[in-house]
Design a protein around this ligand. Structure first.
Ligand code: NAG
Ligand code: NAG
Ligand code: NAG
Ligand code: NAG
Length: 178
């Protein structure tokens, strides 16, 4: 009996490790660019604090900001830091408004972006500042070398590890009751 239990424990551990390698290899290269829906399901609208929306997110070179809003009321204007702070939209650096109420701003330069809505809506909180960073170095391609692949599990890979442990735990429970 003792031998059987040890045996299944070993099998489930091996399975979890194999699964972990597979998940890491599959997921990490797939997250190279993100299209951020600004404001989540509230979109680009008054009453959302975009500083709070952005503060727990990492924006990388190659991502996009996607603005969804009422095209008859708001717009999407890129301004400088001074004008962002004072809500001055008289001298936009770039007018990203296309007229459809759905505008995409490519974050293709590593710098700060300041975007506001004109027509008075900046004063209702429709202003966002994001700091765009370079993508962290890609993970080592060899899944067998755990030491070198571990550091890549920071930043965007952070969902991977808990997920792997969760799957491993479920699988472990499954094997115990089998
Ligand atoms: C932003 O633009 C305004 C108006 O064009 C200008 O007065 C101000 O000095 C600029 N600020 C920065 C930080 O470039
Ligand atoms: C921005 O561009 C749109 C579409 O071309 C135009 O309708 C709008 O007047 C422009 N807004 C500003 C503030 O330049
Ligand atoms: C970034 O995207 C804008 C808009 O598509 C484009 O005009 C600009 O050349 C791009 N810049 C770089 C560095 O790729
Ligand atoms: C958003 O929340 C932050 C932190 O609570 C606050 O400092 C800031 O003034 C708020 N911004 C707006 C536009 O309400």
């Amino acid at each position: 009996m003792e031998g059987v239990k040890r045996g299944t424990g070993y099998v489930s551990l091996t399975f979890a490790v194999v699964l972990m390698c597979a998940v890491v290899v599959v997921i990490v290269p797939g997250v190279s660019a993100t299209r951020w829906m600004v404001g989540g399901n509230k979109g680009w609208s008054p009453g959302v604090n975009y500083t709070i929306w952005a503060q727990d997110k990492d924006f990388y070179n190659g991502d996009w900001l996607f603005f969804v809003y009422d095209r008859n009321q708001m717009n999407v204007l890129e301004v400088n830091k001074t004008d962002y702070e004072s809500c001055n939209s008289d001298h936009p650096l770039h007018n990203w408004t296309t007229g459809a109420g759905r505008d995409v701003v490519p974050l293709n330069v590593t710098r700060n972006y300041y975007i506001v809505s004109g027509k008075g809506f900046c004063y209702s909180g429709m202003k966002i500042a994001v700091s765009v960073e370079n993508l962290p170095p890609p993970p080592t391609s060899s899944p067998l070398n755990e030491k070198s692949s571990s550091p890549s599990l920071t930043s965007r890979g952070k969902i991977v590890l808990p997920m792997v442990f969760a799957i491993g735990a479920v699988w472990d429970t499954f094997l115990r009751f089998w």
